[in-house]
Design a protein around this ligand. Sequence first.
Ligand SMILES: [Zn+2]
Length: 334
Amino acid sequence: MAFSNIPGNERVKKILQAFIEKERLPHALIFAGPEGSGKKLMALGLAKALNCEKSKIEPCNECSQCNSIDNENHPDVIIISPEGQFIKIDQMRFLIQTAYLKPMVGYYRVYIIDQAEKLNEEASNAILKILEEPPSFTIIILITNNPSFLLPTIRSRCQIIPFSSIKREEIESILRENGYDEEKARLISLLAEGNLEKALSFDWEVVFEKKQKAFEIFKNLIKKENIFQTYKRLERESYSSGFKEEFRDFLELMISFCRDIILLKEGGDTRYLLNPNFLLEFKEIERFVDQNEIQKYMEEIENLIYSFEKNVKIRMLMDYLFSIFAFREEGRDA
Ligand SMILES: [Zn+2]
């Protein structure tokens, strides 16, 4: 993939291209950022830019160097992943032994250490020296979701390049380019949490069912109907494994419903609805809430999603969700 085809992280691309252009690329790099933010694609893109026969800044994707990097069989571009639970010392010994040999067919040897947080201490210590003084033709890229899990001695020897999640709109447009229709692309991008790999692996039937279910719950909450039954139903499901992830998806979907209702209330263009297939239903339930209320719901649900990061018990999150709507009702009756 050429840099221009790698999704998201425009800033990272510019930094890397500027490094190459000025011939100041650090030889030890850490690509750090959330899962599915395209770190490995970017590392492969960089390996291609360094070895491409036609262009240094934007790999051509046509020459034999680019092709074999794409096929992951380039002898100078080596991807190292954990064997079992850890990246082991033997894997790092291989790196050290080969890193000093001149590239076989390309211009640079590039080592991409995937899930570098799984380097055990012995393996980490083994590469300190080479990270400090790598040969001029060797680039080592450590990829990690959790740079804090790397030894400080590793971090201090590398240039850290931070990645961010891919924007929802970017994921939507990549899915569209991959042949997804508008509804699918939009809905999946909402649930992907900025993770392109996750987006591409979603099963549409499952997603569609989830959306219908989330809308049923949302409708009940907005209309204050069947609240108790809805709660009981979710409570039963809360014992199943994977419920937490599912509940998070519900919340993401609910936010998208709130957004759509706000758009309708503001008289916005219905082409911008995140859930266009619910247009009629939105019009039906819109009258149960005023603008401030729906805005408030959305903010509260966003806060709730934020608490997911903090390991709060799922039942507490559920109780909170229902209380958001119940308290509002009391407020209105008063
Ligand atoms: Zn090329």
